[in-house]
Design a protein around this ligand. Sequence first.
Ligand SMILES: Cc1ncc(COP(=O)(O)O)c(C=O)c1O
Length: 408
Amino acid sequence: MTRPHNPALDRLPGSAFVRLRELLDPIVPAVPRTLAMSIGEPQLSPPPWVAEVIAANAHLWNRYPPNEGTPELRAACADWLARRFGLPREAIDPARNVLSATGSREALFLFALAAVPREKAGKRPAVLLPNPYYQVYRAAAELSGAEPVLVPARPETGYLPDYAALPEEILERAALAVFCSPSNPEGAVADLPRLTALVELARRHGFVLACDECYSELYFGAPPPSGLAAALAAAPSEGDPFANVVVFHSLSKRSSAPGLRSGFVAGDAAMLKLFLKLRTYASVQMPLPIQAAAAALWADDAHAAANRAHYARLVAAADRIFAGYSGYLRPQGGFFLWLNVGDGEAATVRFWQKAGIRVVPGRYLTADDPAFPHGNPGHAYVRIALVHDEETVTTALATLRHSLDHPG
Ligand SMILES: Cc1ncc(COP(=O)(O)O)c(C=O)c1O
């Protein structure tokens, strides 16, 4: 395009879902019924009483809501953080350490704009990202003016990126590192020592660690720890114990409420102060009736536990169905399977053509990297979203397993 525009937009890859449509739309499946296991949209519902809370607060639609969140909402988020991650409640000051956000997506995007300086160590700043990655991380890094440094989440490093192994030159320029646990798409979980080492790395090199913890309530073993617990475990002798650490949370997965657009950001008080300044110009506030519903949802652990039990049943079904299949990786959290099928794009076409099941080729979620076979660390994989009811998922996974065992 010849009109003046932000060149970072030209550098962004096309959306994975647009690429998927281009790949599959010309193909007519051989079966009458189709199933989307491509999009990570929970098909369960939030608790029914959410509608009542919103209705009971309908007199507040005529008010401009506070961008940072009502005191009740911020306190409910702080209470949940303390309960869920075993943090001392008094360590979290809702007024300094918590900000509401309209989902974690916009917060993850905008945070990079607040955290990335023009220069770091006299050079172009770097933003460290996992590869594969949630697409918003890359866009945020590019549009903030930083160099996105995509770090492969290899099997040898537990399917998580090893930022400590980066060259000193990059760590010196790093302004921000995004770390996702449980991760999308692999479902990998970082334990507390690993998170603590990351916090120490961030403090040593003077960058901010942004922990995307939006899947933290969906786990199938030990509960995944938070970057905030790691920040406290490695707390400096003086100053903010959460220094250099910011975490992102959401009701989208925890409460099956992606349509509510409700989440929050917590951690480093000075960073959150700056972030609020940016948000007062750039972000949409959460409407007050939604803030009331969000406060009630963060206080409700029973529904989150039922949700978790549902996904645990789906993962148990996947364990059974893919028993003996060498490319199966049991997710520790989240609701995706990251399955090694040899050639992800070819398998995606086959699954759609033969069975009408839509999955995403791993390479559509992964940046090219010439160090890997076929030039992309995600080449061999497909991502399968386990978001439907148990019977639908079980039948579909059995069909996929059969197709992998009988590729002809
Ligand atoms: C890794 C990851 N982070 C963040 C989000 C954003 O979710 P929301 O904005 O609904 O909180 C998603 C959504 O799919 C995700 O997969």
